[in-house]
Write a protein that binds this ligand. Sequence first.
Ligand SMILES: [Zn+2]
Length: 157
Amino acid sequence: MDVLINTRITKIPGPTVTIDCPACKAKSVNGESVRQVDQLELFYLLPFMKLRNTFVTCHECNKQLICTAPFDELGELSVDDLSQHLVHHVSIINKFLALASVLLCWVPFVGLLLGCISLAVNWRITGWTKKLSYIGIGASAVLTAAFMIILSLAGVK
Ligand SMILES: [Zn+2]
């Protein structure tokens, strides 16, 4: 894979912006913006895919935030506008919990508990981890309910 595909990363520094940091909750702190372009090249020669990401690094907590606002407009956005476009990096724990809640949704109670924990930690994140948490909770709620019904029916006899 390494021989076939090479990634060339270019970082373009952007303006210093003022943000409300979603990671450390600091209000009106400075952040350093950067545009990162990942150029994927086939056989080190043929460019075939470009990934563009904008990141803002919070001066308070040094966390790197994903910024979904257009890079060129960063300097013109107000604190509120810009903050709506900032996403805290999803941690491996969040991802693990979200996946586990779906994979273990068939285990009565355990699946439901995992789903609730996963949704709690993924609450502020909009993305697939939150969606998976909802799926995990939904599926495990139905299955746990079914399990309870079967248990009570078996108990009656
Ligand atoms: Zn911060």
